[in-house]
Design a protein around this ligand. Structure first.
Ligand SMILES: [Zn+2]
Length: 384
């Protein structure tokens, strides 16, 4: 199949352009005048075409509604672990069919908005049986949907009522992670490593269990306080440390010198009226930056919001539109340790989106209102 267009192919930059897909991968990309012969041609006119978006941080498995809590927070109520535990109660009470339908609806919204790869965390179960149930739901939904799903076990999201931090961290490390790995239910382990949640010793204990089980590591870090979770993540070679609202210059330097990706989540920072993460400093220092939605139950619930996330990167985080688009494609792929995604390089997966826009500047100009016209995953067109 040969895709051709007279508009912008971002970030390749050449126009008129052509891109050949073979066996689900990009086989050739360049100027239309040099394009190889191909029987199957798809003409995309002046539409902006980009790699499919990679949302490398979401929490889609939950039931219940916490809009009232968001409203109360905006009137001064603090953000505590009580909210997560409220979602845990509602989610435990939801039957499998209900939860599956909720997850599928959220992932359909993401796909319809141009996300072709999505990371999905468990973490509203907080018991062995519940966390396994949630990860199995992620797997079942992933099997019947075209978008790529990367599953992450976030049993260390909060300490359940009645348990101590040490007891629960030991349970996550010694019982839950081996069970998750034995069933092949997740590629990564995540820890909410922050003030009032999991401290650095508990985080490290869980991280070692992840490594022993052959699972990658990612951390929620420096959202509520500057704890040193960034340094711990870099030392343990975490794929990504996420949030970073409270990161300082020292932490920026640590990430720039590491291969740990800095994943920035502007939407919950805005909803929480928090500081914004230091995107400009991270980029200037040479860190790899990803932008992701953090769509979740309590601090931002916008599944299908990656076009908005790109626009917020460019307008609020002091990134260029090209940097924001790269962070939402190749940056997200790097955060998931997938070099074959989020790029137009020959050999990469042919995950592509043609947008109802002519220039990537539309992601800023239309803040959240840019939509896909057509989407391909591994070269197969997806019905939207
Ligand atoms: Zn999160």
């Amino acid at each position: 199949m040969l895709l051709t267009g007279t508009g912008r192919l971002a970030p390749a930059g050449v126009s008129p352009w052509a891109l050949q897909v073979r066996d689900g991968r990009i086989a050739w990309v360049g100027a239309a005048s040099d394009a190889p012969d191909d029987d199957q041609r798809v003409e995309l006119g002046s539409a902006l075409v980009t790699p499919g978006l990679v949302d490398s941080h979401t929490h889609p498995v939950f039931a219940g509604d916490r809009s009232d809590e968001a409203a109360a927070r905006l009137e001064g109520a603090p953000y505590t672990d009580g909210g997560i535990l409220r979602t845990v109660a509602a989610t435990r009470a939801a039957d499998g069919a209900t939860l599956e339908a909720l997850v599928e609806g959220r992932l359909r919204a993401a796909l319809a908005a141009g996300t072709t790869t999505v990371e999905c965390k468990s973490g509203y179960g907080l018991s062995l049986d519940e966390e396994l149930r949630h990860l199995r739901i992620i797997r079942r939904v992933a099997e019947r949907m075209p978008l790529r799903v990367v599953a992450t076990f976030l049993g260390a999201h909060a300490v359940p009522a009645g348990a101590s931090l040490d007891e629960y961290a030991a349970h996550v490390a010694e019982d839950m992670i081996p069970a998750v790995a034995a069933e092949g239910l997740a590629e990564f382990v995540d820890v909410f490593s922050d003030s009032g949640f999991f401290d650095l010793p508990a985080t490290e204990r869980i991280a070692h269990a992840a490594k022993e089980a052959g699972l990658g590591l990612r951390l929620h870090a420096e959202q509520l306080a500057r704890t040193g979770a960034t340094e711990l993540g870099a030392r343990l070679r975490a794929a990504s440390v996420d949030h970073l609202e409270q990161l300082d210059a020292g932490g920026v330097g640590v990430l720039a010198a590491s291969d740990t990706v800095a994943t920035l989540l502007s939407a919950p920072a805005i909803v929480l009226r928090d500081r914004l993460p230091p995107a400009r400093a991270l980029l200037d220092a040479g860190a790899t930056v990803a932008l992701a939605s953090d769509a979740n139950a309590g601090t931002y619930s916008g599944f299908g919001s990656m076009p908005l996330v790109i626009g917020l990167g460019a307008t609020l985080l002091d990134m260029s539109i090209g940097e924001a688009l790269t962070a939402a494609t190749a940056g997200g792929a790097a955060a998931l340790r997938r070099v074959d995604l989020g790029t137009l390089r020959v050999g990469a997966r042919a995950d592509l989106v043609a947008w109802d826009a002519e220039h990537e500047g539309a992601f800023a100009l239309r803040l959240g209102a840019v939509r896909p016209l057509r989407t391909w995953i591994s070269g197969e067109e997806i019905g939207l």
